[in-house]
Ligand binder design. Structure first.
Ligand SMILES: Cc1cc2nc3c(=O)[nH]c(=O)nc-3n(C[C@H](O)[C@H](O)[C@H](O)COP(=O)(O)OP(=O)(O)OC[C@H]3O[C@@H](n4cnc5c(N)ncnc54)[C@H](O)[C@@H]3O)c2cc1C
Length: 500
């Protein structure tokens, strides 16, 4: 294509969302410039090497069974970055609490029977598990529509579980730990809508949904490095250490994006940074501050996360590669991963390499590295006593203040959709309002493709990206949802009588 005709797009933020938008648009012939504030692409999933040459990353990331678009991307790139499907476990200070099988290897049962019957709870009594059944009514009612989000977003997840009669023990030992690792916050700080959406997508929609695999090294090395090379081969420019500070607007179109004094002229823009990053730009930008939708972002927040990696002097027997832990800290969830089992480079390591990540780690962030590592060591030994005798030979501690999206009660009305009040500025990221139904990395990638498709529809160049929908609801769920809708339509006055 003649350079004079080539349309220009600036994408801001090189996480899953920004890379997804940039790759598709570069392949459609756009002159793409991807501006990334950090030193490496990857965003929250970035990986890098320590001064000692050890591979580290901003927390380890799982790829769940329903991540269809990400799996399609790695196939398209010709990559085989993943382990097989893995089994996981949960620990409390009392020891091993739960083991999950590989659900797709079990005889298929209509949801939620498989999750209910195949999960091996070591201590939780049947009566407590049965107390989850009435919650199905809310899961049927919550259909991911805007109306459902508005209705459920104003109450907390804890309140929802209480209303539906979930037992105190089931909440403490099962639902709250899932919220802490899935939404990064305790139940009283999570939107009930986000809790229902997340639980349905990752666990309940289909029996195999909770099956997970991991990269065989850092996601940075296994996926982002070859992917960024493919973006550059398609003509895209990736500029790290470029923090966007402002935009220039003419006739309601963003015509340039600024990193300090350096300006990048453009025909369209995709903002693909997290909430905290965007709030910082708005604070500095007179243009964005003038718009209510961007000012409103101050009602949103991020959550602190802490990611640590330990190299130990001996092998500790860890029965499952991925483990979630609860009951150690009142408002913090944590996970640990056996990297000797997951990462190729540590398979033959004489000692154990373990990743330990803390979510909603506010009170841990101010500690210095030694204090953090003491806490990590103590927590690991609380799950598997053999960790207590192991010595830490080397470690990395990564603090991510306000890094992940906080789906707080009442936050939905301030989250941005993909389109903005500017004609050519589109939004992407795991916190954007869309109707796809996915979460986390898969959602971020899907919103990047959705934003690319909006650029294409606006600038009329190239073909839209194919986006795989989430798997349809199982037939009995579809029937229950249809019946429920029919009842609601029959008694509209009744359904609007109660406070949502
Ligand atoms: C410890 C941890 C564990 C997680 N575990 C999982 C998991 O197991 N599975 C899963 O699916 N998800 C997991 N997640 C969530 C997942 O990482 C995110 O959902 C996903 O990475 C979000 O991608 P994104 O592209 O929306 O945003 P980000 O990854 O946040 O990318 C945004 C980018 O924008 C850049 N940026 C910000 N401001 C500017 C600016 N002014 N100018 C230029 N660039 C800017 C940032 O530097 C960043 O690179 C985890 C997250 C963490 C932190």
């Amino acid at each position: 294509m003649d350079n004079a005709e080539q349309k220009r797009v600036v994408v801001v933020g090189a996480g899953w969302a920004g890379l997804g938008a940039a790759y598709h648009l570069a392949r459609q012939g756009y002159a793409v410039t991807l501006l990334e504030a950090g030193p490496y692409p990857g965003g929250l999933v970035a990986g890098w090497q320590t001064a000692q040459g050890r591979a580290v990353e901003a927390g380890i990331h799982g790829f769940w069974y329903p991540y269809r678009n990400i799996f399609a991307l790695t196939d398209h790139l010709g990559l085989q970055p993943f382990t097989g499907w893995t089994r996981s476990a949960q620990y409390s200070p009392q020891g091993l609490e739960v083991e999950s099988p590989i659900f797709q290897a079990q005889p298929y049962l209509p949801t939620p029977l498989g999750t209910f019957l195949y999960t091996d709870f070591k201590r939780l009594p049947l009566l407590d598990r049965l107390s989850a059944l009435p919650l199905l009514q809310a899961l049927i009612d919550f259909d991911n529509s805007d109306e459902a989000w508005q209705r459920y977003d104003r109450i907390t997840a804890r309140e929802l579980f209480r209303q539906y009669g979930v037992s105190a023990r089931l909440y403490r030992e099962s639902f709250e730990p899932m919220l802490l690792v899935g939404l990064f916050a305790p139940g009283e700080q999570c939107s009930a809508a986000a809790a229902l959406g997340m639980l349905y997508y990752f666990i309940l929609a289909h029996q195999p949904d909770f099956d997970v695999r991991w990269c065989r090294g850092t996601v940075g090395a296994q996926i982002f490095r070859p992917w960024t090379q493919a973006i550059e081969q398609a003509g895209g420019k990736i500029l790290a250490n470029h923090r966007v500070t402002d935009v220039q607007v003419e006739q309601n179109r963003v015509t340039a994006v600024f990193c300090g004094d350096a300006g990048f002229e453009t025909d369209a823009v995709v903002f693909a940074m997290g909430i905290t990053g965007l709030k910082k730009i708005v604070e500095q930008s007179r243009t964005l501050k003038e718009r209510q939708e961007f000012r409103d972002l101050r009602n949103l927040g991020g959550i602190d996360v802490l990611a640590t990696r330990l190299w130990l002097d001996r092998k500790v027997d860890i029965s499952r590669p991925s483990n979630a832990c609860f009951g150690f800290h009142p408002t913090t969830g944590w996970t640990f991963f056996d990297l000797n089992a997951l990462h190729d480079e540590y398979q033959d390591e004489p000692g154990t390499v373990v990743e330990v990540d803390y979510y909603h780690a506010n009170q841990l962030l101010p500690l210095d590295d030694d204090q953090v590592l003491r806490q990590v060591h103590q927590d690991l030994a609380g799950c598997i006593p053999a960790f207590g005798a192991a010595k830490i030979l080397d470690a990395s501690v990564v603090r991510i203040p306000q890094g992940v999206t906080h789906f707080a009660p009442g936050s939905h009305r301030f989250l941005l959709p993909a389109t903005t009040s500017f004609d050519n500025l589109f939004m992407a990221g795991d916190w954007i309002v869309n109707r796809h139904g996915s979460w986390s990395q898969e959602k971020a990638y899907v919103t990047g493709l959705e934003a690319a498709n909006r650029v294409i529809a606006t600038l009329h160049q190239g073909q839209p990206a194919e986006i795989l929908p989430v798997m349809p609801d199982e037939p009995h769920i579809q029937a229950l949802r249809a019946g429920h809708r029919w009842l609601k339509q029959g008694w509209p006055a009744w359904s609007s009588f109660w406070l949502p």
